[in-house]
Design a binder for this molecule. Structure first.
Ligand code: KIV
Ligand code: ZN
Length: 499
């Protein structure tokens, strides 16, 4: 019989640590519910002691989700563990994830300590967490660069102290796959009592090896992997859930299975990308826009004759349905509601009405509304509470014409107008905007992306605006990319102009 691999999703913890990817509690619950439908075994919902927002999210996700284990992160600090236990009190299955750095880099430079002291602290934090919950996972931070003999001592000691899962993070993404695989094998063969716990992989992608390292870990005996949707996470990110789920599905020869309902992969990927304003690279494995696009004539011909000549997965297996229902201006509220349900964002009442009104406005400008558009609308509805809103925008631009823009803003109910010229329509509009919002702010990054194809497509704009040394992230989507750009700038400004 095949061995089960437990999928531990840390999109809402390691993923959410990425600047600009922060979600509010309602959005986190939406993601958690989608992860539950996707079939993940464990949801790492946050780091409760780090902020009241993280604490609240762990509480609310614990209430909202039924099947997956809810996990809360802590340092090897009693206060952290108490707060995590309090946040998990509504979880049907709660897990505390506690740990400490075990590499010399961490022991000497971060803790100014020694191996024996760190070993004692590791044992103590597991024993302390066990007072609150049965399920305790220990992480040996920077295990990737920790000497295997010492790591085995730590793993053995924490299992003896009651750890049910031991996480072996390659925190810096440094390991080569054979080295990481050999580390797991060494632990499997040299730790007394290893059969009482599960080893977990947690690989970062700094050198592009996170997926390869995770697979090397699983092949050598780890039975849990820590992953994120779209591979988001600190720096170059974490191992991506969709890649591991599809590797296990395609490589039946490995005799390893996960519980992932793969047809929910694409909708979940799009939902996370849209809520976190984090575009997915077009050539990203499994979920990138081009992952199943065959452009060369030879490939197209081969696929038409026999799909398997060039495709190792059926796009439908990952929930990519080219024939998915497209909504239009004639689609009613019920059709929109159904599509939202399929996309993993069920809604009713006022919220549905709000999204429906935005949907009708978009359908006036764009013939076919696809899933990406709908998720964009979900993210945008709810701008009502924002202090600054774009009321009007008019631009004159073209070949041989000096671009000029007139902007009208609604700031807390009062209207302000300004006009300016610039070297392009966006430059002109932003100069006009800056005449109204008189702050020293600079545009650091500006990314425009079309969602799919077609000249009537919705453009997504991501911006980073610097103000007083801090970077603020702005996002908007619109069929008019100049409007989307100004709205994205305003979205960023709304994050620092509170009054
Ligand atoms: O990368 C890492 O080491 C982590 C731990 C806190 C689990 O995220
Ligand atoms: Zn990590």
């Amino acid at each position: 019989m095949a061995d089960k691999i437990y999928m531990f999703d840390t999109t809402l913890r390691d993923g959410e640590q990425v600047p600009g990817c922060q979600l509010n509690t309602v959005e986190k619950i939406q993601v958690a519910k989608a992860l539950e439908s996707l079939g993940v075994d464990v949801i790492e919902a946050g780091f409760p002691v780090s902020s009241p927002g993280d604490f609240k999210s762990v509480v609310e996700i614990s209430k909202a989700v039924t099947w997956p284990t809810i996990c809360a992160l802590t340092r090897a600090v009693e206060k952290d563990i108490q707060v995590a236990a309090e946040a998990l009190k509504y979880a049907k299955h709660g897990r505390i994830h506690t740990g400490i750095g075990t590499s010399d880099y961490h022991i000497k430079h971060k803790f100014n300590s020694n191996q024996e002291d760190i070993l004692e602290r590791a044992i103590a934090c597991v024993k302390y967490a066990k007072k609150y919950v049965e399920d305790v996972e220990f992480y040996a931070e920077d295990a990737g660069r920790t000497d295997n003999v010492y790591l085995a001592r730590v793993v053995e000691a924490v299992i003896k102290a009651g750890a049910t899962v031991v996480n072996i993070p390659d925190t810096t993404g440094y390991c080569l796959p054979d080295v990481y695989g050999a580390k797991i094998k060494y632990l499997m063969e040299n730790v007394k009592g290893i059969e009482k716990a599960i080893l977990s992989t947690h690989c970062h992608n700094d050198l592009g090896m996170a997926t390869a390292n995770t697979m090397a870990g699983l092949i050598n005996g780890a039975r849990q992997c820590e992953v994120t949707i779209n591979g988001i996470g600190e720096r170059a990110g974490n191992t991506s859930l969709e890649e591991i789920a599809m590797i296990l599905k395609c490589h039946k020869d490995l005799n390893l299975v996960s519980n992932i309902n793969t047809q929910f992969i694409t909708p979940t990927s799009r939902m996370v990308s849209s809520l976190m304003n984090m575009p997915v690279q077009p050539n990203k494995a499994v979920v990138g826009r081009n992952a199943f696009a065959h452009s060369s004539g030879i490939h197209q011909d081969g696929v038409l004759k026999n799909r398997e000549s060039y495709e190792i997965m059926d796009p439908k297996e990952v929930g990519l349905d080219e024939n998915a229902i497209i909504l239009t201006a004639r689609s009613g509220r019920a059709a929109l509601k159904h599509r939202l349900q399929v996309l993993g964002v069920p809604m009713d009442g006022d919220r549905l009405q709000e999204v429906y009104e935005e949907f009708l406005k978009l359908a006036d400008r764009k013939k076919d509304i696809n899933d990406e558009d709908i998720l964009l609308l979900v993210g945008q509805a709810g701008t009502e509470g924002k202090r600054i809103k774009l009321e009007h925008l008019q631009v004159v631009s073209g070949k041989g014409v000096k671009p000029v823009a007139s902007v009208c803003l609604d700031i807390a109910g009062e209207k302000f107008e300004a006009s300016a010229s610039g070297n392009g329509p966006v430059d002109a509009a932003i100069k006009a905007l800056k005449q109204i919002i008189k702050r020293e702010m600079t545009l650091q990054e500006f990314l425009i992306q079309a969602i799919t194809k077609g000249s009537d497509d919705t453009g997504k704009v991501h911006m980073q605006v610097e103000y007083e040394g801090v970077i603020y992230y702005g996002f908007s989507g619109n069929t008019d990319i100049i409007t989307a750009s100004v709205e994205a700038y305003i979205d960023a400004i709304n994050k620092f102009v509170k009054n």
